[in-house]
Design a protein around this ligand. Sequence first.
Ligand code: KIV
Length: 275
Amino acid sequence: MTTQGSGRERRVTVRELLEMKRRGEKIVALTAYDFLFGRLVDEAGVDLILVGDSLGQVVFGYDSTLPVTVEDMIHHARAVRRGVRRALLAVDMPFLSFQISLEETLRNAGRILKETGAEAVKLEGGDEERARHVRALVRAGMPVLGHIGLTPQSVHALGGYRVQGREEPDAERLKAEAQRLADAGCFALVLELIPATLGGEISRAVSIPTIGIGAGPYVDGQILVLYDMLGLNELFRPRFLRQFAELGGTARTGLDKYVAAVRSGEYPGPEHSFE
Ligand code: KIV
């Protein structure tokens, strides 16, 4: 077995994710940002939970992930860690925490793992320089999840949140990046916003699992931003997203009822009051 512990608490490991790819089992991944949702997501049987730097948008309300800091990631990952017992927990390395020098990359990734108890870090990009950093992290014993395609930390360089790899040279570059990151030691790859056929080609070419978001069905697993797929984030409805719940509407209904009940004096009633 490649899981650790016993019963409900057996943890998913990076080896288990590799085995799942070999067995042709789909990997289910989601983001989480706090204790209660971490627990709900974990208890649903999700295999990989990512504390994504998407928290910049869905928790802090920034218009990109760029302002997110290492401290922000550590703060939220510690909360999620307390709720997650089974899933493999990965944490995003935020913008400029892995681009400056090898030393800073190692120090920041080490802090994230030491101070949160997560099992892996994720970083964006697949050029030679990124691969050099991945190799150093892996050599130091830190599992790395790669991320290519639409890499939100490079949104300004990419000219917006657009599908990547539509043109042949771009598709070839992404295939080369995927192979480079696999060779550098990434245990899995997030493929974001690329054509479905390219997602399939990359997934067949590399031996590590691919986890798609807007990358079609021919990848080894799927990840979505939790608040988007639960319908809490009413501001974001891209083509690739299915809303599996309507939490935004449910929350509004509950809030309206609370406001009305307090205003009318109907709440709290005797059953909510102490003698
Ligand atoms: O930050 C994030 O939530 C992510 C996922 C969308 C893969 O990178």
